[in-house]
Design a protein around this ligand. Structure first.
Ligand SMILES: CC(C)(COP(=O)(O)OP(=O)(O)OC[C@H]1O[C@@H](n2cnc3c(N)ncnc32)[C@H](O)[C@@H]1OP(=O)(O)O)[C@@H](O)C(=O)NCCC(=O)NCCS
Length: 272
């Protein structure tokens, strides 16, 4: 998605610069130039865009626009098309904004930040990522990107971006629960760079993503677990309004049976 966006921007900028450069270098108003190959008949869309001003210009020119006017028309149409296209691309990227964060689709450019965060053993202490090497992290990261490019992905992999620095500071993944207790159950996981802990960021992110899941995606029930030795994570889920179901045993993702808190929340907007 990012590649398309950058390509579109570059193409748009080059096209606009090219168009305006041609304008600046053309001999303006020279009658003989009116017969150049750049001249063309006025089109209905030109009249619609420019109204009477160019309509009058063209009328004086026997319904043919000269190179100067032609370049204005063509360049302006390209700018319009470019703006519409960029707006479409921007709109197709999922994005949530909170007071302190931008939460958006994972992007290829997030790799360095995510790899650095996951290389910190304090971050991964209570997560299955602790046992992974860089190649495994990369494989997972690439899978996240591929999955995000689906129009309706199974799993949403969100990058958490700090507004003040615009740095990618964490990840939030949410998708179909691997062991659902009810139909349509979704489950999540998250991590944040250690130097950003304790600022309320993950609670803010969780609140926003729960809202998105319930209102935009229509999720019915969302659950998550965290190890009992990870009180910060339990606190995040409590503060976001999730209900403590039980303490039980769960797989830590690497085949180890560990003691966990189980939390869940029903869609508060759904009629039940
Ligand atoms: C868990 C994690 C995401 C929390 O992110 P965060 O942005 O620091 O969370 P918040 O600031 O929104 O809230 C953390 C809460 O936990 C509390 N907390 C932190 N350490 C705690 C501890 N040892 N005991 C009890 N509470 C603790 C904080 O005081 C805070 O609550 P408060 O706002 O009432 O003071 C972050 O610590 C992290 O990335 N940890 C490593 C990865 C991880 O464990 N992921 C979860 C796997 S289930």
């Amino acid at each position: 998605m990012r590649v398309v966006q950058i390509a579109a921007r570059c193409a748009g900028v080059v096209r606009c610069l090219g168009g305006w450069q041609m304008l600046l270098t053309h001999e303006r108003g020279r009658p003989e130039r009116r017969t150049s190959p750049c001249s063309r008949p006025l089109r209905a869309r030109d009249r619609w865009l420019f109204g009477s001003h160019f309509g009058a210009l063209a009328a004086a020119d026997g319904q043919t626009v000269g190179p100067y006017t032609n370049h204005i028309l063509v360049t302006t149409w390209h700018i319009c098309a470019y703006v519409v296209f960029c707006t479409y691309i921007e709109d197709s990227m999922r994005r949530i904004e909170t007071k302190q964060l931008v939460i958006r689709d994972f992007d290829a450019m997030d790799w360095d930040a995510i790899n650095t965060i996951l290389s910190n053993p304090f971050v991964t202490e209570h997560m299955h990522y602790a046992a992974w090497n860089e190649a495994q992290r990369r494989e997972w990261f690439d899978w996240c990107l591929t999955n995000n490019h689906e129009l309706q992905p199974d799993v949403y992999n969100w990058a958490i971006v700090e507004k003040t620095s615009m740095h990618t500071i964490g990840w939030f993944g949410i998708g179909a629960a691997s062991h659902p207790t009810i139909e349509g159950e979704r489950s999540f996981g998250y991590f944040l760079a250690q130097d950003r802990w304790g600022r309320g960021y993950m609670t803010e992110a969780l609140n926003a993503i729960l809202e998105y899941e319930f209102t935009t995606l229509g999720a019915t029930y969302i659950s998550a677990t965290c190890r009992t030795v990870n009180p910060a994570s339990a606190s995040v889920m409590e503060k976001a309004g999730m209900h403590h179901i039980k303490i039980g045993r769960d797989d830590d993702g690497n085949g180890n049976d560990v003691e966990c808190h189980f939390y869940s929340i029903y869609n508060p907007y759904a009629k039940r």
